[in-house]
Design a protein around this ligand. Structure first.
Ligand code: GLY
Length: 566
């Protein structure tokens, strides 16, 4: 039977409405402004300056990254490494530039052990022997040349200015100088304690040698750092003070472009850092485990318990399987598979903690502690994205500044496993998968991440050593629950990493009653007494239905977002 005209008209109307709704659901309204969230206002401003000069998000990222190395010298810099996670809007291309440090050619498995095979205290942490070959300068060059619109010489200008004219000393930086002065060499002390005493707040910290090194990078590209005058000064310094770097190590350093890891949770696509980061694997695995639970329906204690048990299981796998994918086989397909997560959920009791000793895996032999790194997020008005986490590892890295360069060397070698069962500075265990080998990248927790739905995007990451992965996880859960950028950044946090077997928690995250209840379930709780709490999330969000862009810097830090509104 043929439909009457009235029925036909209704069908057309309903189909049109459905089509409009479908199109609206997939609307992709371009960002109404550019945004940068970073750990220091001057670094965010450096990025906006470059957007104002016609740069895209990738040029801005070069400027922010280099500026952070100047104004936040304890967190990252030319002497360290970086993961740049990129989304290029023109062809929807997602890629990660792996600028992680590598072990020098003379490195070997026993380099931090004494004659009895025990770790020498501080050997992988202090001085040039603790430093991997830096990757950040090569990553800046690669990012500018392959993705940016502006020459490196222009994008590096704000950092050069901050180095030469100085940045005002601030409390957060001064307290870290105070904590780490005892491991700094004379060159570093001359910069950060020029009179022998802590500078007063607001006095200008000038770094003319670092300005010169940045100028060499700006004019000569890679060769300005990895060959020639700067390279020679780095080698002279490192070699005369116990380091094992060679000219070949510097000249051979290469960034690697890696496919990001992609997972899904409900309607959310998770794009995150692949190995040698442990971040993406852990994050996607935790969301896969979460799929089996009704988090919104859980009371606060059950919710915390579930999230903690998920963290515990993800970190067990970090310990067991992860390292540099160019040196070991990582069972990625297994670790990221929903069926694997279902297996991990199988022994998770809703009413009782699972002791970490009952999960098969590496067991600990000792503990230590520490914390640093820096993250920033960038979005431009074309929808290009950068999530970048960069590090020299601990505050002021190895404490060693190569004379005449202004470059603080990292102490990232500590992120390798010195000996199975012996934890690193973040109390993290790892296995032979993360053993030291020449040219190998040490396992990282840096987790630059992009979350996407049809309606929106969140760009996020944080410093915080092992806690980075769980901070990004909790912030992601918050976004999925409807939190805005500031709530994602500020929600009180807790953390579990398999060993030590305890929940490290910000006191605002659990009431006294909740703590007692969790203890009765078998959990051990340790309040995090770090000044400022855990981490320093930097977040940009984009509502693709309206084009609205928001950004937030973690209230635990001193960062501030900045916007580009032409
Ligand atoms: N250095 C900290 C990390 O990469 O995990």
């Amino acid at each position: 039977m043929r439909p009457t005209f009235r029925v036909f008209a209704w069908r057309v109307a309903i189909t049109s409405v459905a089509l409009c709704l479908a199109v609206a659901a997939r609307a992709n309204v371009l960002p109404n402004r550019g945004a940068i969230a970073s750990a220091h206002p001057l670094a965010s401003e450096a990025g906006v300056e470059i957007l104002e000069h016609g740069g895209n998000a990738f040029d801005a990222a070069v400027a922010v990254s280099a500026a952070l190395g100047v104004v936040e010298p304890y967190g990252s810099g030319l002497g360290g490494g970086v993961f740049f996670l990129l989304h290029r809007a023109s062809d929807e291309h997602d890629i990660m530039i792996d600028g992680r440090e590598v072990a020098p050619g003379a490195a070997h498995e026993e380099m931090y052990l004494d004659g009895d095979g025990n770790p020498v205290p501080g050997a992988s942490l202090n001085g040039p022997l603790a430093a991997g070959i830096p990757g950040l300068p090569a990553a800046l060059v690669h990012l500018a040349e392959n993705y940016g619109r502006l020459p490196l010489s222009e994008s590096l200008q704000p950092a050069i200015r901050y180095a030469e004219e100085g940045f005002p000393a601030y409390q957060w930086h001064l307290s870290r100088v105070e904590q780490r002065a005892h491991i700094m060499n004379d060159t570093a002390l001359e910069v950060f304690l020029p009179t022998g005493n802590l500078p007063s707040e607001g006095s200008l910290i000038r770094q003319p040698d670092l300005g010169e090194t940045l100028r060499a990078l700006a004019s000569e590209g890679r060769d300005g750092f990895y060959r020639g005058v700067v390279a020679q000064k780095l080698l002279d310094g490192a070699q005369s003070d116990g380091g094992v770097w060679s000219a070949k190590d510097l000249a051979d350093y290469r960034i690697i472009e890696r496919e990001p890891l992609v997972g899904t949770y409900k309607e959310v696509t998770i794009v995150s850092a692949p190995p040698p980061s442990a971040g993406g694997v852990g994050l996607i695995n935790m969301f896969n485990m979460l799929t089996g639970f009704d988090l919104p329906g859980a009371d606060r204690v059950t919710r915390t318990h579930l999230l903690v048990e998920i963290m515990r299981r993800a970190f067990r796998d970090r310990t067991q399987y992860l390292g540099d994918p160019d040196f070991i086989d990582i069972p990625l397909a297994m670790l990221l598979h929903p069926f694997y997560a279902a297996g991990q959920r199988a022994n998770l009791r809703i009413d009782q903690a699972t002791p970490s000793t009952s999960l098969q895996g590496i067991q600990p032999a000792n503990t230590a502690n520490g914390n640093q790194t820096s993250h920033f997020s960038v979005l431009d008005m074309d929808g290009n994205i950068v999530a970048a986490t960069q590090s020299i590892n601990f505050s002021y890295g190895s404490g060693y500044m190569a004379p005449g360069t202004g470059v603080l060397l990292n102490n990232e070698m500590d992120d390798f496993s010195k000996k199975p069962g012996v934890s690193n500075g973040y109390q993290l265990l790892s296995s032979a998968a993360n053993s030291i080998q020449p040219g190998k990248r040490m396992l990282s927790s840096m987790t630059p991440t992009i979350l996407k739905t049809d309606d929106g995007v969140a760009i996020l990451g944080s410093p915080g050593g092992s806690q980075i992965i769980t901070m990004v996880f909790l912030a992601g859960v918050a976004w999925i629950e409807g939190a805005d950028a500031m709530e994602m950044a500020s929600r009180p946090r807790f953390h579990h990493q398999y060993f030590p077997d305890r929940i490290l928690f910000e006191t605002a995250s659990l009431s006294t009653d909740e703590q007692v209840h969790l203890e009765s379930m078998g959990h051990t709780l340790t309040p995090n007494r770090r000044t400022g709490g855990n981490g320093n999330l930097q977040i940009v969000t984009w509502d693709r239905r309206t084009g609205s862009v928001e950004a937030a810097s973690d209230p635990r830090g001193i960062g501030e977002p900045r916007f580009f509104e032409p």
